[in-house]
Design a protein around this ligand. Structure first.
Ligand SMILES: Cc1cc2nc3c(=O)[nH]c(=O)nc-3n(C[C@H](O)[C@H](O)[C@H](O)COP(=O)(O)OP(=O)(O)OC[C@H]3O[C@@H](n4cnc5c(N)ncnc54)[C@H](O)[C@@H]3O)c2cc1C
Length: 405
């Protein structure tokens, strides 16, 4: 890329997975650039996403790209066990299929800390810095902060999640679409759970929903039980879910928690219901499920990374991976781009299809495994495997866990 005497200024809005990965890519690609990350949260971002599953090959690619540490704590895993009501003596229900599953499980907090820890010291990570708006300028883009300050950048990277203000500046009014269902999430101490294998992901199917659960490494070296329970929307949930939102720990009403408890009793085999009840109710959080694809990943000198550009339903297990791949792609393209506009064009061409594919795959899985569920308990391995296989891969190679970098 042609050099100028002017020090390139790169702004990053959002300091989570995509934001740290983006700042790392920018700092590596242009070592003498000024890189500033604006993160609205004041403290350490902890336990945002609970558990993250990453497919072995995708993990290795991100290590090779310089974004992930090969030593990131993980729970190693051999299978994804699929269950439904039924079975004989086991309180776990009927095991339909122990699917070979090349994924390990990670703690979201460890992942974020590792990415942030890799930022060179000259990257300025500003916490408690909320960007209220962004706008294109003749030579780049500017951001306005909550305290009224305006800062200008040659390139602005929008890594500010599903309600991105950078995206709003690029495509006003283009917002995520509610998928029609939600998930309940929580963590408990794996050591307290009896009868569960320690080296598997688990899925338990029921009408209009399913449970996904797996052990993840805790801060103290123990294992936590990370669970995500997909269900229809409780009538108790008031508020407009068409506007992207979530209900953080401690904010779910008694009525909502009663709905969840009844769901556990009605739909889950007893050991699974008991496992979820080990989570303190004040720690349960709720995330409505959205689909989103930005019309483009770049416009003017503004680029989108991570959920700001595309939100896939979590069934594809690929959102955090996609966020880091977005940054890895930026890093790969930078040295051969003729200027920042060329970089933006080539980044959009490279990443828009990848975002589109993962959103499409996750939508298909959600339709099959939540909105239009089969009779899970009627499956045996011979009928289940073709049903599942038909959902899990797109012709372009996008599969659960994401797409090759
Ligand atoms: C139930 C569930 C399970 C999942 N499981 C997996 C999985 O197994 N594997 C996987 O790869 N992915 C998974 N994902 C997806 C993954 O969690 C997300 O795709 C990923 O965390 C998105 O990261 P991000 O940095 O783009 O967005 P976010 O994590 O949303 O970060 C956006 C950041 O921007 C900040 N911000 C927002 N607005 C502003 C502003 N105006 N000014 C300053 N800062 C701002 C926010 O505070 C936040 O820190 C899962 C998601 C869910 C919901």
């Amino acid at each position: 890329m042609t050099t100028t005497t002017h020090t390139t200024r790169i702004g990053v809005v959002g300091g989570s997975i995509a934001g740290c990965a983006a700042a790392l890519a920018a700092a590596q690609a242009v070592p003498d650039a000024t890189v500033v990350v604006f993160e609205r949260s004041a403290g350490e971002l902890r336990d945002r996403g609970a558990g993250i599953g990453i497919q072995h090959e995708r993990f290795a690619e991100l290590v090779a790209a310089g974004l992930l540490d090969a030593s990131l704590p993980a729970t190693t895993n051999t299978a994804r066990e699929w269950y439904a009501w039924g079975g004989e003596a086991s309180g776990l229900g009927k095991l339909i299929w122990p699917q070979p599953f090349p994924f390990n499980a990670y703690n979201w907090g460890h992942l974020h800390r590792s990415l942030r820890g890799r930022l060179p010291s000259h990257v300025e990570y500003r916490g408690d810095a909320r960007v209220v708006s962004a706008s294109p300028t003749e030579s780049g883009a500017s951001v306005t902060l909550a305290d009224g300050t305006v800062e200008h950048f040659d390139l602005l990277l929008g890594a500010d999640g599903y309600r991105s203000v950078v995206r709003e500046a690029m495509f006003p009014g283009v917002v995520p679409e509610f998928a029609g269902y939600l998930c309940w999430r929580g963590l408990s101490d794996f050591a307290e759970l009896e009868g569960l294998p320690t080296d598997s992901f688990f899925t338990v199917g029921f009408p209009h929903g399913h449970l996904v659960a797996y052990p993840i490494p805790a801060d103290d070296g123990r294992r936590q039980f990370n669970w995500v329970l997909y269900s229809m929307v409780p009538p108790e949930l008031t508020g407009d879910l068409r506007t992207a939102t979530s209900i953080p720990p401690g904010a779910a009403s008694d009525g909502l928690l009663d709905f969840m408890d009844a769901l556990l009793t009605r739909e889950l085999p007893p050991l699974w219901a008991a496992a979820l009840r080990k989570t303190a109710l004040e720690d349960v959080f709720i995330q409505p499920i959205y689909d989103f694809e930005a019309p483009a990943y770049a416009k003017h000198r503004m680029l989108l990374l991570g959920d700001a550009g595309a939100v896939a339903r979590p069934h594809a297990g690929a959102g955090a991976v996609k966020a880091m791949q977005d940054a890895a792609t930026l890093l790969r393209l930078w040295p051969t781009a003729t200027d920042l506009d060329d970089l933006a064009t080539r980044y959009d061409a490279a990443r828009r299809p990848a975002g589109h594919a993962v959103v499409a795959l996750a939508r298909r899985i959600g339709e099959a495994q939540v909105l239009h569920t089969p009779d899970w308990s009627a499956f045996d391995e011979a009928t289940f495997v073709p049903w599942l296989t038909a959902q899990m891969e797109l012709p372009d190679g996008t599969e659960i866990g994401g797409r090759r970098l």
